[in-house]
Design a protein. Structure first.
Length: 295
């Protein structure tokens, strides 16, 4: 395979190239590796660099479960094809784990624990030494229970080890021609359900379908639909929020979300998930789909 680093423009020596070469060197020391490939930019960059470092002694694995957002698997498959890396889809069952379903504040630990057990099995089956993830430096500054599961499983994070920030990951992916370089983050659907409220397949299905509907009707790229019982709380990025300032659009969104079981819809700016928040909504941003009092 032609070096992906050769795709970098002149001048050849840049800070990003140095970091990419460092990551390639780190990965190249392993006797084979499995990459946890989501549809996001971080893991996609790791997969590209791992393909460069290890050639055919690397495989990308994407977990398939009810918590995966619609369309994400297709993106992961397309990215793997672009990179030229062998791709495996592995079914995981975290939504049937009682600890995960209870949706505690460390829910992500149970998800990642399930994932890394599967990836370790895939690595052992292929005779590969390492399991790699897309953690980068910005992740380490946040509270991420999944990082504990990664440490316990011996997962390596070549981007963090090479000193990549999130912005550097995106720029590197852009330079390497990865289409996901500017893709908004898309965490699992369970993150749309407040901590302490049970995760169910029905709720996840509602959220996934609701987000697909909202994106299709509005053209927005970066939205969430939080599940609050009968209320669907749409959160849009500052860039996408103006798209929703259309009464006809909001009426159509309301009708479609009523069809899948929500009674009311609210609209507000993107917030961090699972944090108590107060969103000031004008009456035009509150859609009573049925004749009930406003939420």
């Amino acid at each position: 395979m032609r070096s992906v680093l050769n795709m970098l423009p002149s001048p050849a020596i840049t800070d990003l190239q140095v970091k990419m070469e460092k990551a390639v060197d780190i990965i190249g020391r392993f006797n084979g590796a499995v990459v946890a490939l989501s549809a996001g930019v971080d893991s996609s960059l790791v997969a590209a660099l791992a393909r460069r470092a290890l050639g055919d002694r690397v495989v990308a694995v994407t977990a398939l479960s009810e918590s995966l957002a619609p369309g994400e698997m297709e993106v992961a498959q397309k990215t793997a094809t672009k990179i030229g890396i062998r791709h495996i889809i592995a079914a995981t069952d975290e939504v049937h784990n009682a600890s995960y379903k209870a949706n505690p504040s460390n829910r992500c630990y149970y998800c990642k624990d399930t994932l890394y057990r599967e990836l370790r099995w895939q690595a052992d089956k292929s005779g590969f030494e390492a399991v790699l993830d897309g953690t980068q430096l910005d992740d380490l500054a946040e509270i991420r229970p999944g990082l504990l599961a990664a440490r316990e499983a011996g997962v390596r994070s070549p981007l963090a080890e090479a000193g990549f920030s999130k912005s550097e990951v995106r720029e590197s992916a852009r330079l390497l021609g990865l289409e996901v370089w500017d893709k908004p983050a898309m965490p699992c659907l369970s993150s749309r359900i407040p901590h302490g409220e049970e995760i169910t397949v029905q709720k996840l299905s509602q959220v996934g379908e609701a987000e697909s509907i909202v994106k299709r009707l509005s053209g927005a790229r970066d939205i969430r639909v939080r599940h609050h019982g009968t209320v669907a709380a749409i959160e849009a990025s500052q860039e996408d929020l103006p798209l929703f300032h259309d009464d006809n659009l909001m009426r159509e969104v309301g009708e479609e979300l009523r069809r899948i079981g929500f009674a009311n819809v609210t609209l507000g700016p993107r917030r961090y998930p699972n944090r108590q928040r107060t969103v000031e909504l004008g009456q035009d941003h509150l859609l009573p789909i049925v004749s009930t009092s406003s939420q």
